[in-house]
Ligand binder design. Structure first.
Ligand SMILES: [Cu+2]
Length: 167
């Protein structure tokens, strides 16, 4: 079968591009550990308190044992609810020891928000009606910004908190 030179070039570049994209996908999924954030767990956005994790007293950082933590977050325009401290002040900073395994669980009461701990694998879409969760090992010490990366309205830029991973 005779194939035109340009057709060969076109076919070859298409196949090379396909293989390249699959390699990049495989690298991200298997080497970098990028994976979908959760499994479509539903929640009533008008009654999030029905879910134990999102009751006011369970929000923010909870220590499960020495190197396991849970962070429950309620996102709403334009705030991350991480609970309150002893003085009743809203918490905007959480501290986690280096090497700890942390389960982030989040939901939204209004619109779609993002939950990204910049510089880590924690990067989720937080949708009303769903619980987004991701478990990560925090292996690099430092101060990270927990930030909303889905545009959610005029106060979007004010949605942030700090995650400190200490040695
Ligand atoms: Cu936002």
């Amino acid at each position: 079968m005779h194939m035109h030179k340009y057709e060969k070039i076109w076919l070859t570049s298409g196949i090379v591009a396909l293989i390249l994209f699959l390699l990049i996908l495989g690298f991200g999924a298997f080497y970098l550990g990028t994976h979908p954030q959760s499994h479509g767990v539903r929640i009533d956005p008008e009654n999030i308190e029905a879910e134990e994790a999102f009751r006011q007293e369970n929000l923010g950082l909870t220590k499960v044992d020495d190197d396991r933590y849970i962070v429950n977050v309620v996102a709403s325009s334009f705030n991350y609810d991480l609970g309150i401290d002893e003085d009743g002040t809203p918490i905007d900073q959480i501290r986690i020891p280096k090497g700890a395994t942390v389960l982030f669980q989040a939901t939204s009461t209004d619109v779609v928000h993002g939950l990204n701990v910049a510089g880590t694998n924690v990067n989720m879409m937080v949708e009303p009606g769903y619980i987004s969760s991701i478990e990560v090992e925090m292996n690099s010490a430092g101060e990270y910004t927990l930030v909303c990366n889905e545009y959610c309205g005029v106060g979007h830029h004010m949605m942030y908190a700090t995650v400190e991973v200490y040695e």
